[in-house]
Design a protein around this ligand. Structure first.
Ligand code: NAD
Length: 294
């Protein structure tokens, strides 16, 4: 199949490479020329704009940082809608505000183009393995059409409801992950301060009710003081800001999310925005005077 792929960052690059491996013809675009060259070397065809990438395609996939980038790439000058043929489907896999997905879909619909929102969870390792968890919003029949392609970059693809529902599901994912990481950092700082080895506590509790994927992935990073991303604090701030905006819009207060967002803002202000989100441990080191790691 001919696929336009726009946004070749940490996630988009391995996803595009997996689609090439699956035998698709890819027309790729990113404002960063180095990323384009990398995917071109793997067999992708370089294009000079989102419009050109879309003009060749039966499906256009976007994997961009946030709502404004998606609006620019799809609705802006030399954007997808300028080049796209009727019948082509747009699948936005970026994590953006559900309301923004609805706005962009409305503009696409006005031109007779169908769009899905299909954000992912799993991070770079699962993008490389092609085992992402994908949550999708939009027309069910369009979802069924593109599902086989989604399952070439993911291990699961679940239709969650109308357009924007994929990004609502992703916000839930990001709230749960952020609060879970904060709980791990808070608890491991407590035991360190109480004179108990955080690594032994991790080993002791990981098989019990406190065990989680987040605990297994992030406790070792905190214990090693290794905050190489992974998923950056600045991107998680973006997701929590989208969760808070959405919560305020629908009348669902998010007190815990608000607190953890402020912790992340503190880290951003201290210059740690590009660290992995496990760097929430740095926040606790700052307020307690004790590091979890050695
Ligand atoms: P990234 O910053 O590494 O990549 C984004 C890419 O988009 C960059 O290469 C940038 O040059 C390009 N770009 C920006 N504006 C553009 C435009 N107008 N036209 C063309 N290209 C443009 O980000 P990422 O980590 O790949 O994340 C992408 C999305 O996936 C985000 O919404 C993020 O929240 C989400 N996500 C990331 C992870 C992760 O672990 N990194 C996990 C799950 C979901």
């Amino acid at each position: 199949m001919k696929i336009g792929f726009i946004g070749l960052g940490i996630m988009g690059k391995p996803m595009a490479k997996n689609l090439l491996k699956a035998g698709h013809e890819l027309f790729v675009f990113d404002i960063n020329k180095d990323s384009v060259a990398d995917v071109q070397a793997a067999g992708g065809k370089s294009t000079s704009s989102a419009a050109e990438a879309a003009s060749n395609a039966e499906i256009v996939i976007t994997m961009l940082p946030n709502s404004p980038h998606v609006k620019t790439a799809i609705l802006g000058e030399k954007g997808v809608l300028e080049g796209i043929k009727s019948g082509t489907i747009i699948v936005d896999m970026s994590s953006i505000a559900p309301l923004a997905s609805q706005e962009v879909e409305k503009a696409c619909k006005a031109k007779g183009i169908k769009m899905l929102d299909a954000p992912v969870s799993g991070g770079e390792p699962k993008a490389i393995d092609g085992t992402l968890a994908i949550m999708v919003g939009g027309d069910k029949d369009i979802f069924e059409k593109v599902k086989p392609i989604l399952l070439q970059v993911g291990a699961s693809a679940i239709h969650c409801g109308n357009i924007g529902a994929g990004n609502s599901a992703k916000l839930a994912n990001q709230v749960i992950v952020a609060l879970n990481i904060a709980a791990v950092a808070e608890a491991l700082t407590l035991v360190k301060k109480a004179g108990v080895d955080p690594d032994l506590v991790f080993q002791a509790i990981k098989g019990g009710l406190a065990g989680s994927t987040v605990l297994n992935a992030k406790a070792p990073m905190m214990i090693d003081s290794n905050f190489k991303p992974g998923f950056k604090i600045d991107l998680h701030i973006k997701d929590l800001a989208n969760a808070l905006d959405t919560g305020h819009g629908v009348g669902s207060p998010l007190p815990l999310t608000s607190l953890v967002r402020e912790m992340m803002e503190t880290l951003h202000a201290d210059g740690f925005g590009q660290d992995d989100h496990s760097a929430l441990a740095r926040y606790y080191a700052k307020v307690s005077g004790t590091k979890i790691g050695k």
